[in-house]
Design a protein around this ligand. Structure first.
Ligand code: CA
Length: 217
């Protein structure tokens, strides 16, 4: 399959596989702290040592291009619960993925299923990119969920429908900050809204507050 967004996935797989391994003298490609008891943690309410659990995090410990940035839990500016995730960027790479500050998650999916991806996001100066894609060990076909809009003012709710391409059994959500400024994100949800031929139950409501998440992990 050809796509302008198609990327090689080998290094992405390595980021997942190596995230939990101890490294001496080498830089990890992402940081991952897992806790099944807190589910997806799309609202970033659960963290350890300042790192949101159950997310792959591209932070100052892992981004090999370096840069100068902080990823922090903001208890003063949020849309859900008690805190949001804030990227405070003074300098960073604009490449994206594990080269830039960001977060990512992968979920099992079935061909033809349609998901509603939704999140609250707020950008102040910092360019950013939110993507969803079907992925396998080596490749990914991504679609843009949202990107920085200079005219946007304050928090905005982003909703985007995505149907799993035929050959993929995993979907990947990824958000990157790409330039100096500030970026906040909160209440990320990935909900199954059309089962296609998979037969799995959908979230079953047009009201966001009533919909069920597609996955708890
Ligand atoms: Ca929250």
């Amino acid at each position: 399959m050809t796509s302008p967004d198609r990327v090689h996935r080998g290094a992405l797989l390595a980021a997942v596989l190596f995230a939990a391994l101890p490294w001496v003298g080498c830089r990890k490609m992402s940081e991952l702290i897992e806790d099944e008891s807190v589910g997806m943690n799309g609202g970033f309410e659960h963290a350890r040592d300042g790192v949101p659990v159950n997310w792959l995090v591209y932070n100052s410990e892992t981004v090999k291009e370096g840069g100068d940035f902080d990823i922090i839990l903001d208890t003063k500016d949020f849309k859900e619960g008690r805190q949001s995730l804030k990227f405070l960027i003074r300098e960073c790479s604009a490449i994206g993925g594990w080269h830039s500050p960001g977060i990512a998650r992968e979920y099992p999916a079935l061909s033809g299923e349609t998901y509603l991806i939704s999140l609250w996001v707020k950008g102040e100066g910092s360019a950013y990119l939110v993507r969803i894609g079907g992925v396998d060990a080596w490749n990914g076909d991504y679609e843009t969920v949202d990107s920085f809009d200079p005219a946007s003012d304050g928090w905005k709710l982003v909703e985007y429908e995505f149907t799993t391409p035929g050959e993929y059994e995993t979907i990947r959500f990824e958000l990157n900050a790409l330039s100096p400024g500030s970026l906040w994100v909160d209440d990320v949800r990935i909900e199954l809204v059309d089962q296609g031929s998979s037969g799995r139950p959908t979230s079953g409501s047009q009201n966001r507050s009533d919909r069920r998440p597609a996955y708890t992990m």
